[in-house]
Write a protein that binds this ligand. Sequence first.
Ligand SMILES: *[C@@H]1O[C@H](CO)[C@@H](O)[C@H](O)[C@H]1NC(C)=O
Ligand SMILES: *[C@@H]1O[C@H](CO)[C@@H](O)[C@H](O)[C@H]1NC(C)=O
Length: 428
Amino acid sequence: MMFAILREVNLALIMKLIIVTLNQSQQSMANNQRTEFSANKKLTEGLQYLLNGYDSRIRPNYTGSPVEVQVDISVASFGNIKEVDMEFGLDMFFRQHWQDTRLSHNLTSKMTLTMGTKHPADFFWVPDTIFVDATKSYMHNVLTTNHKLDISANGEVDWGTRATLVARCHMNFRTFPMDEQKCSLNIVSYAYPTQHLIFAWKSIPGVVVLDKEMAQFYMKEMTTAVQRVEYVAGEYSLLQATFTFKRRMGFYLIQIYIPCIAIVFVAWMSLFVDSKATPARVGLCVTTLLTIATIWGAVNSTMPRVSYVKAIDIYLMTSFFFVLCTLLQYIGLIHKGRAKRGISRLKTPFLKKEAQGSSTCNLTSQYSSYRGGLYSLEEGQIEHPCDELNQEHKEIDSNDVEVVARIAFVVAFLSFNFFYWIALVYFV
Ligand SMILES: *[C@@H]1O[C@H](CO)[C@@H](O)[C@H](O)[C@H]1NC(C)=O
Ligand SMILES: *[C@@H]1O[C@H](CO)[C@@H](O)[C@H](O)[C@H]1NC(C)=O
C-alpha cells in the first residue's frame, strides 16, 4: 500500500519535471529562433542598405586610382592535351580580390555570400576578366552556381569561382614523342585599360597546381608573369601563367617503337629464307612494308598536319627504308639471275671452301662423306658433272651476297638505333 502511493508520487514528480524542462527548451528554442531571425534581418537590411543606390556598372573608386585586382588560381587538374587541335584543358578554382569601399560594413567578421542561381555581377561590380586564348569555357552550376563572395568590413571583396577552360596552345612537334609543350593562360580585363584596372598575382607564384598528372603528359614547370600589353583599345594589364608539359614516352615505346623494331627484325629474318622460295620471301617483305606504313599512318592520324619532320617520322621512315632494302636486295638477286630454279641446295661458305680447295671436279667422295650428316644429299646430286659444279660456285657467290646483306643490315640498323636514341635522349 505504502509502496504504491510512493510510486505514484514519484511518477507525478518525474512527469512534472519533464514538462518543465520541455517548456524551458521550447522557450529557449523560440528565443534562439528570434535572435537568429533578428540577426538575419539585420544582415539582410545591412546588405540592402549597402546595395541601395549601388551601381554595379561602375568600378570602385572610378574617379580615383585604378582598381587593383589580385588573382590567385588553384588548378584542380589539366584536361587532355589535344595535339590535333593544339589545345589544352584546365579545371581551376579562380579567385579575385579587390577593394570596393562602397561595400564596407559594420559587421565584426566578413560577410560570406553564395549566389544561388544568380551571378555576383547581378548585385556587385566584379572585374570583367577574360581568358585571352580560351576557345571554350564554362562556369559550373551543379547544384547551384559555384560562387563564393567574402566581403570584409573595409570593403575588400574576395570572389572565388570554378571554371573549366579549353585554351589554344601553339605546339612544336619536331622532337615528338620526346617533346615538351609550353602552354600559357593569359588573363586581361575586357573593358578596362590600365588607367582603370590593373592585375596582380595575389601571392608568388600565384598559381598552385593540385594535380600535375595527365594520361600522356605531366606538368614539369610553371611560371607566372605580369605584363602590360598594347592593344588597339589601349594599354592593358595582363597576367600570364605558363605551364610546361613533358610527354611521357612509354606509350610510344610500347605501341610504336617496339612493334617497329619487331617488324624490322622479321624483315631481316626474310634474308634467311631460301632465295628460291620467292612467294615466301616477297610476301614477308611486302607484309612488313605495309605494316610499317600502317603504323606510320596511325601515328600521324592523331597529329596535326605539320609540314616538318618529327622525330618519330625519322624512325619510321628509316625502318621503312630498311624493310624496303630487303625487298630491293631480293629483287636485285632475282634480276641478276643468281636465284635460278633448279640449282643445288648446297650453300654454305664452308662447302665453298671445300669446293675451292679441290682443283679437280671429282668431289664425289667429299660429298658422300656428308651423306646422312649435316646435309642429306639426294642420290642424283652426288655425281655432278663439272659444269653443274660451276653453277654451284655461282650460287655460292649469291649466298655471299646474302651473308653480307644480313650482316650489313643488322649493323646498320643497330647503329641507326644507337645514334637515334643518343640524339633523342641527350640533345633534345
Ligand atoms: C581611390 O583613389 C584615390 C585617389 O587616387 C586614392 O587616394 C585612394 O586610395 C583610392 N581608394 C581605394 C580604395 O583604392
Ligand atoms: C554602421 O554603424 C553606425 C552606427 O553604429 C551606423 O550609423 C552606420 O549607418 C552603419 N553603417 C553601415 C554601413 O551599416
